[in-house]
Design a protein around this ligand. Structure first.
Ligand code: ADP
Length: 264
């Protein structure tokens, strides 16, 4: 009887182990899939500007572009493609560091209003070119946030850059309010909006709505993934409200500076 029991126990242990092994294998396959998707995405994102540059270079090399004016245009396009590649590489490095917990924040009390004004100012010319007005609503008595100023600026820049990119004309509004322990900063636009299905996916790296049209969208598809990582690193939250055809509002919640911290 003892032996039979022992065999029974052993069989059960083996079963449990087999189950565990299967789960580990599934996880391994999942990670491999994620890695492959990632590499495929990076290759695709690099391939597109490289192919364009190759075409232009070949035409120039073969002496097919005779007019000086046309040649200058070719150079300008190639230059902007190299900028795109640089941006992609910078964003990738940034995202990798964030995902690997290699980014340390230099946290200090930060005045959100000053930051909103600075970011709005820096995008002024770009917005004006598209007939977009950027309005900063001046908040009253807003507490400071305890944050890394450069990183919060990066968050706002990414959001405003998108707002400009996906708005044909209209208004981009930056505002902030205090809500309990949070300071809520919102960036709203009157642009193309995002469908409910896509709203869930836009935080994924490389995800772009409507890839077919993305020739016009010179983004890297990494901006919002970086925003999310940065906000969460600040123990904050970022959410989105959007209606296709009407516009989008991105809301970033950051911890308000509390009394103890402002004293110390
Ligand atoms: P990208 O470099 O393409 O802008 P992001 O990660 O910043 O990458 O954004 C991902 C996608 O989310 C964009 O390609 C776009 O389809 C959508 N999106 C982001 N912001 C907005 C916005 N304000 N209005 C409409 N769509 C947006």
């Amino acid at each position: 009887v003892d032996t039979a029991d022992e065999i029974g126990d052993l069989a059960q242990t083996i079963n449990t182990l087999a189950g565990k092994l299967e789960r580990v294998e599934q996880e391994r396959q999942h990670l491999e899939q994620v890695r492959n998707d990632f590499l495929a995405n990076v290759s695709h994102e690099l391939r597109t500007p490289l192919t364009a540059m190759q075409g232009f270079l070949e035409a120039l090399q073969d002496g097919l572009v005779e007019e000086e004016e046309a040649r200058q245009k070719y150079y300008a396009v190639m230059y902007s493609e190299t900028l795109h590649i640089s941006r992609l590489v910078d964003d990738l490095m940034d995202l990798m560091k964030l995902e690997n917990n290699e980014v340390t924040l230099a946290k200090f009390p930060v005045d959100v209003e000053t930051l909103m004004n600075k970011v709005a100012f820096s995008f002024g010319p770009e917005a004006e070119e598209k007939g977009i007005e950027i309005i900063v609503e001046q908040p009253k008595g807003l507490p400071k946030v305890y944050a890394d100023k450069d990183r919060v600026a990066q968050i706002l820049k990414n959001l405003v850059k998108n707002a400009i990119k996906f708005t044909d004309e209209g208004t981009i509004r930056l505002s902030a309010r205090s809500n309990g322990q949070w300071v809520e900063i919102s960036v709203s636009d009157t642009g193309i909006g995002i469908s409910p299905d896509d709203q869930e996916r836009i935080w994924e790296r490389f995800f772009k709505v409507d890839r077919g049209r993305s020739k016009k969208n010179k983004g890297t598809g990494l901006g919002l993934a970086i925003v999310k990582e940065l906000v969460e690193l600040h123990d904050g939250q970022v959410t989105l409200e959007s209606e296709p055809g009407k516009g989008s509002v991105f809301i970033v919640r950051l911890p308000a500076l509390n009394c103890e911290r402002s004293v110390s």
